[in-house]
Design a protein around this ligand. Sequence first.
Ligand code: PLP
Length: 394
Amino acid sequence: MRSIASRMSVMSGEGALSVFARAKELEAQGHSIIHLELGEPDFHPGQSVIDSAVQALRDGKDRYCNVIGVAALRQEIVAYLKRTRSIDVEAENIVIAPGCKIALFQSMMALLNPEDEVLYPDPGFPGYASISLGLGAVPVPFTLSAKNKLQPDPDEVARKITPRTRMLLTNSPGNPTGTVYTDEVQRALAELAVKHDLWVLSDEIYARIIYGGEYMSMLRYPGMKERTLIIDGFSKSFAMTGWRLGYTIAPPEVVPALNLMVVNTYTCVAEFTQYGAIDALRDREGNTPRMVAEFARRREQFARDLNRVPGFRIMLPEGAFYAWVDITGTGISAEELCRILLEDAGVAAIPGAAFGPAGKDFIRFSFASSTATLKEAVERIQKVSSAWQATPVR
Ligand code: PLP
């Protein structure tokens, strides 16, 4: 009998993409929409990145290439992580992937058996639970609650560890909350991982987008080197979403499994894009710091303006480019609120439950848009705010 495999029925889509689809429909009908739903920088990579990729194409670098990635790119990642994150990794333990999502998928497929439990942040990137379920594993959420300043609570994580727990997933700075895990929290999580001999999958895709302080990779904590896989890529830090480039840094014994996954799926990542990526990592034009400085300005303005909307409350995010707004004060559900914002105000945002049950009283805006656009978005929201009854937070 012809049927779709049962694993597909337990996987889920992404709230951002379904809001985007409806927003596009409205646009096609002539409505003006401000897109604050997708996690995509409104920047492009610098000219030298594009030139390097074009030159690589001209040089004939359009063949099948090294399965785990071009050696020169893996070498450059070693230097980049040393410079920007103070960590020492080896080029032979880096596997290039077409985006972080596939890197996550690959790592989880390589390490998880059916019924293994995966601890992951709720709210969190939708793929964490969906991929776990698709692999027959059991996603076990730990909560990032407002009363805990959206930080993981290591005591809660400890309580949720069972003999079946195989993996601890961390994401700092986090999507959708913008939380940068404190040193104390990361140290405690690392200790738990050592004590219970867990794999740590550290999604560090937003590592460069922080608004103060030094970034602490999970790899910097005692006992982490042999159990941690770092996921990072070019979509966010280098504004290269459409290039589809990411990588995993894995302990040596995991690399052959990742290699096998590549061989059985995408064979290799497009060679010429990898030459562009080398240039991006060198960042001679200072594109990343310039973009982050601009995000910092938007963050201040947008958070201040959103806090003036009746019923909205937002903590200043410490990293990434998302405003995670507590909307309890509006007295209506996040789904209804997002519907009003999209249909009546023409502002696309995502209901928090799209990131897990703990997000149900929140909505997420991306602030990867110009300050003028963000201002206009809040003006539009203010205009429709009479639709919900509440008193201004301040
Ligand atoms: N991890 C997190 C936390 C993300 O927010 C995203 C993208 O939104 C990804 C992974 C996937 O990124 P990529 O574009 O590299 O597949």
